[in-house]
Design a protein around this ligand. Sequence first.
Ligand code: NAD
Length: 489
Amino acid sequence: MADLDISAAHQLIDGVWAPAADGGEVPVLDPATRERIQAVPRSGAVDVDRAVAAASKAAPAWAATSPSERGAILRRWADLIAANVETLAAYEARDVGKPRSAGRLNVYIAHGIIDYFAGAADKLTGVTLPSRTPDFFGYTRLEPHGVCAVVLPWNVPAVLTAANVAPALAAGNTVVLKPSEVAPLAPFALAELAQWAGLPPGVLNVITGLGPEAGAALTGHPGVRHISFVGSTVTGRAVMRAAAENLVPVKLELGGKSPNVVFADADLDAAIPAIVASITENAGQNCYAGSRLLVEESIRAEVVERVAAGMAAVRTGPWDQDLDMGPLVSQAQYERVRGFLAEAPAAGARLVTGGEKATEALGDGWFVAPTVFDQVDSGMRLVREEVFGPVLAVQGFRETAEAVALMNETDFGLLSCIWTSDVSRALRVAGQARSGQVAVNQFHDAGVIGFPFNMQKESGFSRGGGYAALREYTQEKAVAVRLLDRPSA
Ligand code: NAD
């Protein structure tokens, strides 16, 4: 097998890697050292036009392939990923700055997602409709949209590439993918493997470049028939405006401010490490990060002390040292998080561990120590806004109704995590959560296959994850037939 080397990768248009039309480039940096890893094209409107044209040209033939054939290509793609896990893990880890083993885990997740849609491709069906008399017959067909634009953030590039590209391709669409300019390496490598798997030219195209240039040109392009956007709520609004202009359906997966809600009867030996992981995994730069801890007052002191000890024990370093946590991804992200760290104590929050000072030992990298603030209140920016760093805000509650009110007291609605031994309370609170996803006695969706990645409120609206994602990438056509009498029949 050839080496999966993407050091010279450019844009992928119509099956060919090529530089930007005007030769522009964006450097990709290692956030642990601020050193340049490589450069990627700074795609512009001309490049986007070419990519959309290639995807449009490839669309009819790809839509006409048998779903089983599409599934077979996706399965080959998954197999190639399995055969290149270590190389892909390094790509996933390096530009984001996450530890190598976290990169590896993300590659396994991406593999699982592509494998799932490989199997699902030929199980997508419409329905037969009831008719008033036997003289009529009605049914629905699920048809691809055509060219789908997929615009991604930098935090989990391999997983998000898989989660958005695989169902789109399985359902018979062609794709123009724009990974983040900050972390494009794993999407490049995955796209290269998709070519090796036999994906015809033009079915998957990749452009790179800056959001207001390449991203805006792509999401505003009249040739695009569906937009999947994963990123911040602010950019999500701009993307939705662009979609409105062309009347194109849009799937938005945006920010979060997820709470871990810990009742006094919770199994703390299970809860504490999960709470620490939920806000230090990927240096807190996950949309579902457990950035709020709501804890019953009777166990608050113990929980805060144990969580703080867990946070203080998190080992931080560059991706290739493979410790527990890496740096933040960029200068902009570093400045943003430091702003919260400086502001929170001044607003009255009590710093329990971490804060700015603990990062001095780590040189030039954009490292921030895992940080816990107690005594926060709901009016603080730290509680209301997405920090996107390893910074935890703690609030106490005395009874279930108060816990539910605090849980829902956010503009976001991505994930709520409930920790309790009382199954009735868990189910009642899960029903009251105003979030698209709920986890009970665990953080996130471990152990469940095809978990729908749903969102509410300013976290967006999505039918990502699982079988529903296949439906997202299709449009339903209804067909009504009158059965005419034919005397000879
Ligand atoms: P971002 O919104 O800044 O950028 C996301 C992507 O949009 C990038 O590729 C960027 O180049 C592009 N972009 C920027 N401006 C654009 C414009 N005007 N038009 C079109 N595209 C444009 O987000 P980010 O900083 O890369 O990622 C962090 C955010 O992503 C966080 O808010 C996080 O919560 C969110 N996120 C959400 C999910 C989810 O599933 N809900 C998953 C991961 C990350």
